[in-house]
Design a protein around this ligand. Sequence first.
Ligand code: PBG
Length: 328
Amino acid sequence: MAFPVERMRRMRSSENLRRLVRETQLSVNDLIMPLFVCPGKNVKSEISSMPGIYHMSVDVLVEECKLIRDMGIPGIILFGLPESKDPMGTDSYSATGIIQTALRELKREIKDLLIITDICFCEYTSHGHCGVLEQGTVNNDATLNLLEKQVLSHAEAGADMVAPSDMMDGRVGVIRSALDSRGYQNIPIMAYSAKYSSAFYGPFREAADSAPQEGDRKGYQMDPSNSDEAVRETHLDIEEGADIVMVKPALSYLDVIHRIKQEFKIPLAAYNVSGEYAMIKAAARNGWIDGEKVTMEVLTSIKRSGADIILTYSAKEAAHILNQKDYK
Ligand code: PBG
């Protein structure tokens, strides 16, 4: 069939027709909201490069999480800003660390929200690298020992799921067996499997005060030029026991998301990162784009490319729009 019998515009001619043939439907069920917790009381300070995103003390965080739960968002992912940093990032595996403190409080106050924790060291180390630094490089195997400690302390404090983002080799296997040996067989692992060394993390590094003091993360995060390597990384993480795999960032890597989804039939998450959020906010503030519409288009494109789950700073904003009765 060809023109003039076939007319593609026919099915676009009313909103009801368009709704019937819509292939991708973004849902509140797809979203995870990242949150930053800091020491103190009654603290809520906006991150300048991420309008609408805040550093929050535990008391404020609890109220925010209740709101997020009430919007129907299934989960949050927590990032911590410790009271103090040191070369080993000890706050990240201390029973009284910022994340552990927040977890205990959240679990006491809120029952029906999935609390995921980011597992990494860059927010806790004085040098800002994602592990144990030796002669300018991160020692992979020494970092694995500390990752084990960090994960177990999060599990003990009540984490529902852990998300390693450090990109050390072998981390998923080490984390799975550490959890299993302590009776945490039911805590899933969401692995940042294909995490690229990306300039889109800029605003996050301001938010988490985690920019490396020297050097960069190219020795452990992936080269943006590669996608076969993303398939290999993901395959390894699945073999080691990942329950959910992730591609990060999202927008410049939609091809990778698509490829991973074709290759592996496993839940796939995509991280719509800080720089992607900041670009939309900046342009919208200038009146150059319609921020809400662009946000929904971006999230839909991430889902269309193959992601089942989207970690996004726009989760609340998107949930608000999706929850409106007249949203089609
Ligand atoms: C590492 C981590 C980073 C992000 C999430 N986990 C930063 C990095 O690797 O430098 C970035 C998230 C974002 O940019 O929104 N703990």
